[in-house]
Design a protein around this ligand. Structure first.
Ligand code: KG4
Ligand code: ZN
Length: 338
């Protein structure tokens, strides 16, 4: 194996077309992200068929740009990687098929990467000395998992959502408040001017000792609150609703992550995924981590949301472990981490 391994990584699991060149796992030479948010905004969420079409239109341009801005050519690349799941099947297929075709035609090894593993790996890029084990909350539009990261390719899922993902809950409440898509950053911004104690929305901590999540009860409580105000023709303070809703979500996420990290005697509690950008989640987690004697880490916002650099990083650790995927590997929309 070469000591200077350059991976071309591709990510197309949802609504970002992304390609990156990553050297030796943690050095990002380029990370190009073409977002489809403006296209999906008018529909209030991601339309899978539209996402696939947009990936198809953009993928070659994004790859060319990733190579160019890294200052490399295909002859300098050692491994090609792509997200193979979980995600939207039609969207995944565009990146995966492209990666397999490039690897095959250039006689390079190909590695399929789990998208959730990629989110976790974003922490290695940001924190150059970080090594497993550590405990990580992966909270995005599609997943809410508490993971004990045992090794670079070895995971124990301690808890997961039983209904909506955290980001999904943010997106749905933002829509109900008329804020637009994606809802997480908009609620985060609006909540800054609201009172997080204004409305006591329910927190689902579930059974004693459970690391699972449930956000459907909270979502219904917010929708009921909005409807009852409307029926009574009463004014709604949307900033207070946003702040109180955000407080209920981040209270549960941060409490469970710290408890899980204590349970595993982890030195670090890490955040990953789009929701990891949430300012209140970061703040609460810092406070609670400090009280518990646990170091709290998270990637910068650009590495929290979907990007190919995190896929290149995860692929590197698979590669040095001796993993190589077969060209028959298909997209797996519900791929699990364990
Ligand atoms: O990881 P990601 O880019 O895509 C998935 O794998 O799903 O996460 C996107 C999700 C969206 O639901 C978005 O609303 C949420 O992350 N998000 C946030 C924030 N920024 C993005 N949620 C709460 N607060 C934020 N600041
Ligand atoms: Zn994601």
């Amino acid at each position: 194996m070469k000591r200077n391994t350059k991976i071309l990584a591709i990510e197309t699991s949802c609504d970002e077309t992304s390609a990156a060149v990553v050297r030796n796992g943690r050095e990002v030479l380029s990370n190009i992200i073409s977002s489809q948010i403006d296209t999906h905004k008018k529909f209030g969420g991601v339309v899978p068929e539209v996402a696939s079409r947009k990936h198809l239109e953009n993928i070659s341009l994004v790859i060319d740009e990733a190579l160019q801005s890294a200052g490399v050519e295909m002859k300098d690349i050692d491994v090609v990687a792509a997200t193979c799941g979980p995600g939207l099947v039609g969207a995944l297929l565009i990146g995966l098929t492209t990666a397999k075709a490039i690897a095959f035609s250039c006689s390079l090894p190909f590695i399929g990467v789990n998208h959730i593993e990629g989110h976790i790996a974003a922490n290695y890029i940001e924190h150059i000395d970080l090594e497993p084990p550590f405990t990580c909350l992966v909270a995005s539009g599609g997943h809410s998992h508490i993971v004990n990261v045992v090794g670079y390719t070895d995971y124990e899922v301690m808890g997961r959502t039983r209904d909506d993902a955290a980001g999904e809950a943010f997106d749905k409440i933002a829509r109900a408040l008329g804020l637009g898509y994606p809802g997480g950053p908009l609620i985060d911004k609006l909540a800054a001017s609201g009172n997080r104690k204004a409305i006591d929305f329910p927190r689902a901590f579930l059974e004693e000792g459970s690391y699972d999540f449930s956000f459907s009860g909270l979502k219904s409580a917010v929708l009921n609150y909005l409807n009852s105000k409307k029926m009574k023709n009463k004014a709604i303070n949307t900033a207070d609703v946003a702040a109180s809703f955000q407080e209920a979500v981040t209270d549960v996420l941060s409490a469970k992550l710290v408890k899980a990290a204590l349970d595993k005697k982890s030195e670090y509690a890490a955040l990953a995924g789009g929701v990891a950008s949430n300012s209140r989640l970061r703040e609460l987690l810092k406070q609670r981590g400090e009280q518990a004697g646990i170091k709290v880490i998270y990637p910068s916002p650009g590495l929290c949301t979907d990007n190919a650099a995190m896929i290149g990083c995860a692929a590197y650790y698979r590669y040095i472990n001796g993993t190589k995927s077969d060209f028959t590997l298909n997209a797996i929309p519900n791929l699990s981490l364990e």
